[in-house]
Write a protein that binds this ligand. Structure first.
Ligand code: NDP
Length: 445
């Protein structure tokens, strides 16, 4: 396999899908050597079958807004690969959602889920519907209409969706409710459910906590203590807030957070009370991060991400894809950044990744660092099928162990001759090998 040729072919076949091509390119260029050491992979044309999703559902979602007007959105589910377990991956509601973004996310999810050591295939879904500015009833009607189309394609052993951008506990609750009504069954078909109806302890926290656990493993390789370190976080949603919470509990300083309108800068670090304010602002009042700056009289950079002006040792991008470009990466390094651990999926552009690796700083790609979320989703599925509920401590301990195992796999497959751990390569090779072997064993499907 020549990665360049496969990528050129995909570009020709899918010319308007830049995010998908970007994600595929990152994986193929790092697994090329390992792939070519296994000639049987090529005989089975494994790479083509792994790059192209098993199937994609696309549908119109029609719903009625509070003014009685009929609204139409697009809905999608990309079932990428189920070689090692049922399709599994979140649902994103955001105005930017399109097939390219969902295909990249489903592709990434396949390798991430493989890394977790749990039995989950890869999928992703979503809609260009944005919950921002919508009433609860509008969100509910949209979720119900979305599931009316999708429910036949998902199920506890078929495809298990969860949350992502714009889809939190509220949206999962509405979607699960409608699924339950249509399918006439109470099974673990969604994860991220409320605790009262099958949700797992620590699931809301899992992506953020898991990212911090992964960061601690990375820092350990260089004997660095997290306490007192300044951390810039982007986003102020699920992943960002629980990342911040765990960091504060470990004595680190969270100096920045953001939303799609701008970022705040708090050089001495957020207090617990301030973080609680952000939590309420985003989840209860559904407000903007600018309102935090007004409340606490701190610096606010309208329309800017945290990376250019903030002095920090650690960056944890936790908003969206391609939010750190080459210039941002150079600014971060110049301002003293020694570690980047990705809460979001593909937040760094290829240029930014090159800069981090060239500077030999610690750099963990999302598919390793943010795998804690889907890992606890996997634990939620296990609890649901046994009709059991584990304690917070049990789930947290399992999460820590999984993140440590993922780190070990990255070290095993990613350590370079000079001792530098290339986490991108490590995660891609480890994730790929398991899926590839399972696909080989199951024949051409
Ligand atoms: P949320 O919707 O809870 O929060 C998203 C945050 O990112 C918000 O602050 C939002 O700002 C900001 N944001 C979203 N889109 C953009 C954009 N285009 N530009 C700038 N800021 C933006 O989502 P999550 O916290 O769940 O997800 C964040 C990231 O983490 C995503 O990349 C997701 O794929 C990834 N992830 C999430 C997991 C989970 O368990 N939830 C698991 C693994 C990865 P605003 O409010 O202005 O829209």
């Amino acid at each position: 396999m020549k990665a360049v040729e496969v990528i050129d072919d995909l570009k020709r076949r899918f010319p308007n899908e830049p995010e998908y091509i970007q994600a595929v390119e990152e994986v193929l260029t790092t697994i090329e050597d390992v792939y070519n050491e296994n000639p049987e992979f090529e005989r089975y044309n494994l790479i083509d079958r792994l790059c192209i999703p098993d199937r994609i559902f696309a549908f119109r979602v029609s719903w009625v807004d509070d003014k009685g007007k009929v609204q139409n959105n697009m809905g999608y589910r990309v079932q990428h690969n189920n070689a090692i377990g049922p399709y599994k991956g979140g649902i994103r509601f955001h105005s930017s959602v399109n097939l390219s973004i969902l295909k990249f996310l489903a592709f990434e999810q396949t390798f991430k889920n493989s890394l977790t050591t749990l039995a989950m295939g890869g999928a992703k879904g979503g809609s260009d519907f944005s919950p921002r500015g919508k009433s609860d009833m509008e969100v509910m009607r949209f979720c119900q209409a979305f599931i009316n189309e999708l429910w036949r394609q998902i199920g506890p052993d078929t495809d298990v969706p969860a949350g992502d951008i714009g889809v939190g506990g509220r949206e999962v609750g509405y979607m699960y409710g409608q699924y339950k009504k249509m399918a006439r069954e109470f099974t673990g078909t969604f994860t991220g459910k409320g605790l009262e109806f099958g949700g797992s302890k620590i699931r809301p926290e899992a992506t953020g906590y898991g990212n911090v656990y992964f960061l601690l493993e990375m820092l350990k390789t260089r004997g660095i203590d997290i306490s007192g370190k300044r951390v810039a976080i982007s986003g102020s949603g699920n992943v960002a807030t629980y990342t911040a919470e765990k960091l504060l509990s470990l004595g680190a300083k969270v100096v920045s957070m953001s939303d799609s309108d701008g970022s705040i800068y708090v050089p001495d670090g957020l207090t617990r009370e301030q973080l609680d304010y952000i939590f309420k602002l985003k989840n209860i009042y559904r407000g903007r991060i600018r309102e935090f700056a007004e409340e606490y009289d701190c610096q606010y950079f309208e329309g800017e991400r945290p990376w250019q002006r903030v002095a920090c040792e650690i960056a944890m991008p936790s908003a969206t894809q391609n939010e750190i470009d080459g210039d941002d990466a150079r600014a971060l390094i110049a301002n003293g950044c020694i570690a980047v651990s990705e809460g979001a999926n593909m937040p760094s552009t290829p240029d930014a990744i090159r800069e981090f690796q060239k500077a030999r700083i610690l750099y963990a790609p999302g598919k390793a660092a943010n795998a804690g979320g889907v890992s606890v989703s996997g634990l939620e599925m296990a609890q649901n099928s046994q009709k059991l509920s584990w304690t917070e401590e049990e789930v947290d301990n399992k999460l820590k162990q999984i993140m440590s195992d993922i780190h070990t796999q990255c070290v095993k497959y990613g350590t370079e001759a000079d001792g530098y751990i290339n986490y991108v390569k490590g995660a891609n090779v480890a994730g790929f090998m398991k899926v590839a072997r399972a696909m080989m064993a199951q024949g051409v499907l």
